[in-house]
Design a protein around this ligand. Structure first.
Ligand code: UDP
Length: 195
């Protein structure tokens, strides 16, 4: 549970807050929390993919990503105070994590990309602790090992870049086994920041 305002769209409760307030809630110590970005593409995929809808409903923070969501809110006479997309959130997330001594584990994307994204994060916030990195092309047989690695690293935050809907389903299924305070699906962010 968290104290943020939400707007209900497509039976999903989407966070209506400025990035600063959303991140404050997401990074609170204590409960294990999950977050996902929701854009128009996600809504379309969710409509056809029940397990993805299940995963989104299970997330603690659904963040409004893009003009499609803003338009949908407007049609209901509401308005998101801020667009919370992955690219914009990455920088303050890295800075806040570094300032608080919270480490980040980067899971996903092609071999080497997560590592490059972690280096980009260190350029944004030089004090950031990188807990570890792992590519996103693994089979279910590797899952226990990867989750052991995440937990052994002591990661406070895990960013998961496996694409939509896989990443959010993976997070919902495995959340209970991951000790980090925040696990968040980040789509193609590692590619963006490593490029
Ligand atoms: N990805 C991955 N494992 C997979 C499928 C995708 O790590 O099995 C990564 C991919 O390399 C990319 C990220 O997931 O870095 C996002 O993928 P995509 O662009 O397909 O997803 P979307 O932007 O639609 O979420």
């Amino acid at each position: 549970m968290n104290a943020l305002q939400k707007i209900r769209l497509f039976s999903l409760d989407i966070v209506n807050a400025i990035a600063e307030d959303a991140l404050e809630q997401m990074l609170k110590p204590g409960a294990r929390r999950t977050a996902a970005f929701v854009n128009a593409h996600c809504v379309n995929v969710a409509a056809k993919t029940p397990v993805y809808t299940w995963a989104l409903k299970k997330a603690d923070f659904l963040l409004p990503d893009g003009s499609g969501l803003q338009l949908a809110a407007k049609l209901q006479g509401q308005r998101f105070v801020e667009n919370l997309n992955g690219t914009d959130l990455f920088v303050p997330l890295c800075r806040k994590a570094a300032a608080r001594g919270l480490s980040i584990y980067f899971l996903g994307s092609a071999d080497g990309v997560a590592h490059k994204a972690s280096e980009a994060a260190r350029r944004i916030a030089p004090a950031l602790k990188v807990a570890g990195t792992h590519h996103g092309y693994f089979s279910s047989r590797d899952e226990d090992r990867i989750i052991d690695d995440i937990n052994a690293s002591g990661a406070d935050i895990v960013l998961v870049a496996l694409g939509v809907p896989q990443q959010d389903v993976w997070i919902a299924r495995n959340r209970h086994r991951i000790n980090a305070r925040l696990v968040m699906g980040v789509g193609a962010q590692f590619d963006f920041w490593s490029g």
